[in-house]
Design a protein around this ligand. Structure first.
Ligand SMILES: O=C(O)CCC(=O)C(=O)O
Ligand SMILES: [Fe+2]
Length: 257
């Protein structure tokens, strides 16, 4: 998977230009900084993004150089997502199929990042501090360090482990679990050396959830554990997310009770 993404990014500029788009309705697109025009600063990375919220990927839409590996990776992510949501359901004291049955593992985006070597890494970041806006993220990284997580106001390096995957709780899982699971703030620092390559699989729910009320799971709510968020529409939530920049007020903050 990582090799396919390296080949895509290191191919001729003209071929990459064909995929370039800032239109978020496009299922497969190449861009740099989704929040380039809404944030004060730019980050040092390029992104090839594949969004499958309502259907499985159509191989013909994918760049030929990483088509086979991405299709294969997607299949594994789907299976892994289902297994993770079973475990998370059990951890919440729910039936194992609960999170899968409400569509948590159904829609995902595979967002691949390429961080080129940076001549002045002290002036920028690869990705600014944020928590992922979706439900759950499965992250694969190449052998280059750079990812850091925030814990007790301190940044810790997440050193790459060959073949290892990082699982990040996103803001929407924090909402579903009524704060039992906490999303994790993280960032990527820039470096003179590179490229650093990562592949994030964001599970953010099936497209059919976009128009339905979303909030803490009712079975988790009691007098002793009142809801921490009001219900909201996922389509409004994502509209807020895409209209702001990655490091400003996270959209879940609008719905806190
Ligand atoms: O490149 C990474 O390791 C992290 C990327 C990331 O945080 C994101 O895409 O949300
Ligand atoms: Fe992230």
């Amino acid at each position: 998977m990582i090799e396919g993404i390296r080949l895509f990014n290191e191919q001729d500029l003209e071929l990459k230009k064909e995929m370039y788009s800032r239109d978020s309705a496009k299922k497969v697109r190449f861009h740099s900084n989704f929040d380039l025009y809404t944030s004060k600063t730019a980050d040092w990375r390029d992104t090839l993004q594949l969004t499958f919220l309502d259907s499985d990927p159509d191989p013909s839409q994918m760049p030929p150089v990483c088509r086979k590996s991405t299709m294969e990776y997607f299949k594994h992510m789907k299976r892994l997502g289902e297994a993770l949501f079973e475990l998370l359901s059990e951890a919440l004291g729910l039936q194992p199929d609960h999170l899968n049955s409400i569509g948590c593992s159904k829609g995902c985006s595979i967002v691949t990042h390429y961080y080129p070597p940076c001549p002045q890494p002290e002036l920028t970041l690869g990705v600014r501090k944020h928590a992922d806006a979706g439900i759950l993220t499965v992250l694969l990284q190449n052998h280059m360090s750079g990812l850091q997580v925030l814990h007790d106001s301190q940044w810790f390096d997440v050193h790459p482990t060959r073949g290892g995957l990082i699982i990040n709780v996103g803001d929407l899982l924090q909402v579903l679990s009524n704060n039992k699971f906490k999303s994790v703030k993280h960032r990527v620092i820039s470096s003179h050396v590179g490229p650093r390559i990562s592949v994030a699989c964001f599970f953010s729910g099936h497209a059919s959830l976009l128009d339905k009320p979303f909030g803490p799971i009712k079975k988790l709510i009691s007098e002793a554990n009142p809801p921490r968020y009001e219900e909201f529409l996922l389509k409004e939530y994502f509209a807020k997310f895409f209209a702001s920049s990655i490091d400003t007020k996270p959209p879940i903050d609008y719905y806190k009770l």
